[in-house]
Design a protein around this ligand. Structure first.
Ligand code: CA
Length: 619
């Protein structure tokens, strides 16, 4: 595929030169900008037949065109503007001239509004991860479009789009709020106008969203730009924040700029198709060879997702400005960054810095799917003397996920969790890591732990009471299960009740089984408590060596102390608390957060078999 692009590019140049048609401008990205941004610079990508052959000028008070750059492909020009603090909102005219031809294109500079944006997520939040196509369908009229490359939608097929959208998710904001969720993270919402693609041996829709085809369009099938703006507004009005899923590493192979590349170095080009090794070590390993590192970083994720070259300054600007534009235009509060470790890390630092400069409270947490703490710390602000220093404030805590879930599966949960957290010294701020038990790429939590309801509650208790920003994958609260067998579509099933014709509606208590209601209430109780209790949402963590299958830790601070005691054995245990005097000092009683029961004494804790108890300590 990469060979084809390399060949295509000179042919396109030739055709544009031979035909010598009048130039035109069909696209300007960003599609608009704002006055009063902290960074006064913006670089416009101007695209259209022979748009790069024009001589540009800009007439607008307070706006200066400082540079117009031509690149290999004559269909592109890059215009560097500087917007003075005195510039007023309005429409400026981009003027392009060539001989007797004069072209104008309006570009809007908007006023910044005061709506919430870039609010960030902290350990006081509880994030809910959902795939919009699989969560709820609020608008059946947008399920499919005949003029898109993949015009299909069919709920009977696990591989095709199912019609879920932002309007559907908006209808269930009260459900999420009731559950105790404070932030929603959708898998990417940008346009994926990709054809059906062979993925894992089956023809699939790009319903997962990771193959962008136009950065400045939200997919019409999810509700388009208007629908996303409306969703964020409604979420904010309901007190929920919105996390957007960023993909900087690659785009879909039918992205408009891939079909007419600005320059060869826009992508990582290889003589023959080269996949990333999917191996983490060459990036952090001080003994790694350059070629191993290059293959990991510059190899393509899959053949239909071309790997962007973020060391290309035009592309880097394009991606960073798009991130800023998205926060300002839609009001998103935080970014989850896809395949963080396969990105050019100096580029990621630039991007993070640009976002944090413009929106100081915003949170950024990348996906670095690694299996050890040293590698994981490389991609966030850390205390290790790596030759490269990441400035990313947070990250997804894959190590803790593995420790908890594999630990629960093997029966060594407390020990594994304890050991993972005992290595937190490598992070500058471990509270900023996003913790989770599964996601759209992993076997579902309930299945991994053998559908053991006691273990299910134990792991969720840890998730919602230990350090970090907890994130739960949709449906966990109603006991959705499955392994990625025969495909990952099994862990991306539709939420029952989100679609017309569903025989069950698990958004309502009446539609859930007794066991599902117990699970829902369990999550709800813990999430609600966490949200309102500062010891859990911002307190420090102290943990004690697990002994005989019992694991005790505390969250504590000026606002209170919470004791979490886990008995992972098959037998009830009476646990004396004298060993924990350092933290129980000054307390004699407690309230059991999960049962509401009051304990007259905490001298000896009665721990049922296979249970984690959460106690708010009282004087
Ligand atoms: Ca729909």
């Amino acid at each position: 595929m990469r060979k084809i692009y390399a060949l295509l590019l000179p042919l396109l140049f030739l055709s544009t030169l031979v035909l010598a048609q009048p130039a035109s401008i069909t696209r300007v990205n960003p599609t608009n900008w704002w006055v009063g941004m902290k960074n006064p610079n913006v670089q416009l990508l101007v695209y259209g037949p022979r748009a790069g052959t024009l001589t540009y000028s800009v007439q607008y008070p307070g706006v200066k065109l400082v540079k117009a750059s031509k690149v290999e492909n004559p269909n592109y020009a890059f215009l560097d503007l500087v917007i003075a603090p005195t510039a007023k909102p309005g429409k400026l005219q981009i003027v392009g001239k060539s001989g007797s031809q004069t072209l104008t294109r309006a570009f809007e500079l908007q006023a910044r509004d005061n709506t919430p944006k870039g609010q960030g997520v902290t350990d006081a939040d509880f994030i809910y991860l959902a795939m919009p196509d699989r969560f709820a369908n609020g608008d059946p009229s947008n399920d499919k479009f005949a003029d898109m490359r993949d015009p299909s939608a069919d709920r009977a097929s696990p591989f095709l789009r199912h019609g879920g959208d932002l309007a559907g998710a908006a209808q269930h904001l009260p459900y999420l709020k009731d559950l105790g969720v404070t932030a929603i993270w959708f898998t990417p919402v940008l346009e994926n106008n990709q054809p059906l693609t062979d993925e894992g041996g089956a023809q699939r829709s790009s319903y997962h969203g990771y193959g962008f085809t136009d950065h400045y369009a939200i997919d019409r099938r999810l509700g388009g730009n208007v629908g996303y703006q409306a969703f964020v507004r409604q979420a904010h009005a309901a007190g929920l924040k919105v996390v957007q899923d960023a993909v900087y590493n690659h785009v879909g192979n039918t992205h408009w700029f891939i079909q007419d590349l600005p320059m060869k170095s826009w992508l990582h080009q290889w003589p023959t198709y080269t996949n990333t090794s999917y191996r983490q070590q060459p990036i952090t390993d001080p003994h790694a060879s350059r070629i191993d590192r290059k293959v990991t970083l510059d190899g393509w994720f899959v053949p239909f997702l071309p790997d962007l070259n973020q060391s290309n300054p035009y592309l880097a600007n394009f991606l960073i400005q798009h991130a800023i534009w998205t926060v300002e235009n839609f009001g998103v509060d935080a970014w989850r960054v896809d395949t963080y470790m396969y990105n050019d890390q100096p580029f990621m630092n630039r991007c993070n810095k640009a976002l944090l400069t413009e929106y100081p409270r915003i949170h950024l947490f990348g996906e670095s799917s690694v299996n050890n703490v040293v590698d994981q710390s490389y991609y966030v602000k850390n205390n290790i003397s790596f030759p490269f220093k990441s400035n990313q404030p947070g990250g997804l805590d894959f190590v803790l996920e593995g420790a908890i879930v594999e630990g629960l599966k093997e029966g060594s949960g407390p020990q594994r969790m304890y050991e993972a957290l005992a290595q937190d010294a490598v992070y500058q701020d471990p509270a900023k890591l996003v913790t989770f038990l599964d996601n759209h790429d992993h076997d579902r939590y309930l299945s991994t732990i053998g559908e053991d309801f006691d273990k299910y509650k134990m792991g969720l208790t840890w998730l919602l009471t230990t350090r970090g920003i907890p994130c739960m994958y949709y449906g966990t609260e109603i006991l959705m299960k499955n392994f990625k067998n025969p495909s990952d579509a099994e862990v991306r099933r539709d939420f029952p009740g989100g679609f017309a014709g569903d025989t069950q509606d698990k958004f309502t208590a009446a539609g859930r089984t007794a066991r599902e209601n117990e699970a829902f209430q369990f999550v709800r109780t813990l999430a609600t408590y966490r949200r309102t209790h500062p010891a859990l949402s911002s307190g420090q963590l102290m943990q004690y060596l697990p002994q005989d299958g019992q694991y005790v830790y505390f969250r504590y601070g000026p606002a209170g102390t919470v004791l979490v005691a886990t008995n992972s054995t098959d037998k009830p245990v009476a646990l004396p608390t004298a060993r924990f005097a350092e933290r129980t000092k000054g307390f004699t009683k407690a309230r059991n957060v999960l049962t509401g029961e009051d304990l007259a004494s905490i001298a000896i804790l009665q721990l049922p078999a296979k249970t984690a108890v959460v106690l708010e300590l009282k004087p």
